[in-house]
Design a protein around this ligand. Structure first.
Ligand code: 9MR
Length: 464
């Protein structure tokens, strides 16, 4: 899949362009077996820029009802480079009576988002919920044509403006069975409706990534395995699917499981992108920060995990407001969890939102880049080498974070000072920190594959 083409209706800011280039560059390099990332001179101090430094996005759900609130809009615009309309593109909002389409809410989100340099995820085309009564009342033949028309009309209206669509949402049941969820689509059209929806979607807008999106598929369980089997089947038969969305609604009863990264990895190994699409985690303080950190660190460790979206800007407008599940409190103050997320993305907390470095239009300049290459493979292990290169200015010190893939371990490193935090290896310069503009040095490490031969991913390069 290519990234979405710029369209006439779309106003691309420098920041959007930079984000898009970041994602594109990462995939080009990934296909060449390389991972190269650069960090802004002042390490990123907002979520979107921090994510963009590793070719990822960091998004939020947006609701038109709050865009007029200055703090809401300013926080969203400063922090995020992807937006998902929380309700505005759903069937009940866009086609409440048959054949009569209303794009006003969706258009408003797209306009706001693109003006602020964000891309947009489309949410959602085929879902059993927020479905007008007239759809449920149709017989099979009519339902099929209504579904096709709905998908085609929305996707063509937004063609070129949507990075990825949640084509089908929540089609599987909870519980241990892995069965399909009863819905008008499932009941009248049978299992084949999902495949049909994806084929229709590809024909409607070949430039958008097509995702299947669901909740309670975050760890390895019967439901996620049912989705996994569907995606595997689609890939083997050439049914067009590009990504799987893991909603990520967590609370103490339903916490982030220890197999979270492993689950993302097994889907990614099928050849699809994996995206965290509706992240929110109830709680507060360090417990909440730890849970968010786990999710973000896992995504950073999986090369095909190319973006995270939190399900709202502020706790006060969350669908789970009582659970304070988001990164900003009701007064738009950063919560402790914010710093944990920013750090896990490779950014540096503590920036003053008012300083010029935060200008979303400021492209910054690369202080250093880090490029990974495998130099040797033998028996049960391989050697990785990272080339650290100074940008346009000389640097006196550098730090590179590298994420490994479970269950890999690192028995040896050289030419740097190593420390470990879970699956993240942090290497600091050790006598080789001083580099003139454009000059480079290397460090290396041995990885015990333990069965996983995936290339370690550079998460960030920061320099002073
Ligand atoms: O956040 C959305 C909330 O405003 C709506 O009232 C609700 C209605 O179904 O949908 C919420 O968003 C859901 C999303 O579209 C799909 N996954 C679950 C989300 C939380 O319920």
């Amino acid at each position: 899949m290519t990234e979405q083409p710029p369209s006439g209706r779309r106003r691309l800011s420098i920041r959007a362009l930079r984000g898009a280039l970041g994602v594109g560059l990462a995939s080009v390099l990934a296909s060449a077996g390389l991972v190269a990332l650069s960090a802004p001179a002042q390490a990123a101090d907002n979520l979107g820029d921090a994510a963009a430094a590793s070719g990822r996005y960091f998004g939020t759900a947006l609701a038109t009802g709050h865009l007029g609130e200055q703090d809401y809009a300013a926080t969203a615009d400063r922090e995020f480079n992807m937006a998902t309309p929380e309700n505005e593109m759903k069937w009940d909002a866009t086609e409440s009576s048959r054949g009569s389409f209303n794009f006003s809410g969706g258009d408003q989100i797209v306009q706001h988002a693109t003006a602020a340099g964000m891309q947009v995820r489309g949410h959602t085309l085929v879902w059993y919920s927020q479905l007008p009564g007239w759809v449920s009342g149709l017989g099979a033949t009519d339902l099929q044509s209504a579904m096709d028309n709905h998908i085609t009309t929305l996707m063509q209206h937004y063609a070129g403006e949507i990075y990825a669509w949640d084509v089908v949402n929540e089609a599987f049941q909870d519980g241990g069975s892995g069965a399909r969820r009863p819905s008008p689509f499932q009941d009248k059209l049978g299992d084949g409706y999902i495949e049909h929806a994806f084929r229709t979607a590809r024909a409607a807008d070949p430039g958008a990534k097509l995702c299947y999106n669901d909740y309670n598929i975050d760890g390895v369980n019967a439901k996620s395995t049912a989705v996994y089997n569907m995606v595997k089947d689609f890939k083997s038969r050439g049914v067009p699917i590009d990504c799987v969305g893991f909603q990520g609604h967590f609370n103490p009863q339903s916490p982030v499981t220890s197999d979270y990264q492993q689950n993302l990895e097994r889907f990614a190994a099928l050849g699809v992108d994996v995206q965290i699409t509706e992240l929110d985690i109830e709680g507060s303080g360090s417990a909440q920060a730890d849970s968010y950190r786990k999710v973000v660190t896992a995504c950073m460790a999986v090369e095909r995990c190319n973006g995270i979206t939190v399900w709202g800007v502020t706790d006060k407008y969350s669908w789970r407001s009582g659970g304070t599940p988001l990164l900003f409190d009701g007064n738009y103050q950063k919560k402790p969890v914010y710093d944990a997320v920013l750090q896990a993305l490779g950014g540096t907390p503590g920036g003053d939102p008012g300083d010029p470095g935060d200008d979303p239009g400021d492209p910054g300049s690369a202080a250093c880049t880090a490029t990974y290459a495998e130099t040797q493979r033998w028996g049960d292990r391989f050697n990785g080498q990272i080339t650290v290169r100074a940008g346009d200015s000389a640097i006196s010190d550098w730090t590179v974070r590298v994420t490994l893939h479970s269950p890999q371990t690192v028995p040896t490193t050289w030419n740097g000072q190593a420390s470990y935090d879970g699956s993240v290896l942090t290497m600091r310069a050790n006598g080789n920190g001083s580099l003139g503009a454009g000059q480079s040095t290397t460090f290396g490490f041995t990885v015990m594959a333990n069965g996983n031969w995936s290339a370690p991913a550079v998460a960030s390069c920061t320099a002073t």
